[in-house]
Design a protein around this ligand. Structure first.
Ligand SMILES: [Zn+2]
Length: 103
């Protein structure tokens, strides 16, 4: 499902709120988001972060339970996760080039 998220310019964390009253802070504490799917409340130091939508592989209920049971599997995406995706993309284009050369 799609959720509203913000990215911290300082620590590069992407955060989103899983439920009303789920106040989520990035690791460095520069930004925070609250309100779940009903409204979006932002707290920030310095420049206002831009809200964007991301696709999360979970239902509304799963996100709520994740917050309610303090599992915290969702809600925060670290910069390292981004890097892994980028790395995989690079690998993929490398293989594509290799493939083209062989054809
Ligand atoms: Zn931060």
């Amino acid at each position: 499902m799609k959720v509203n998220a913000v990215k911290c310019e300082k620590c590069k964390n992407v955060i989103y709120s899983r439920s009303v009253h789920d106040y989520r802070e990035c690791i460095c504490g520069n930004i925070a988001i609250d309100g779940g799917f009903d409204y979006t409340k932002l707290c920030f130091i310095g420049k206002k972060p831009k809200i964007f939508q991301i696709e999360v592989n979970a239902t509304k209920r799963e996100l709520y339970n994740d917050w309610n049971h303090i599992n915290n599997k969702f809600g925060l995406i670290k910069d390292e996760d981004d890097k892994i995706i980028q790395l995989n993309d690079k690998k993929f284009s490398f293989f594509k080039r290799l493939f083209k050369r062989n054809v």
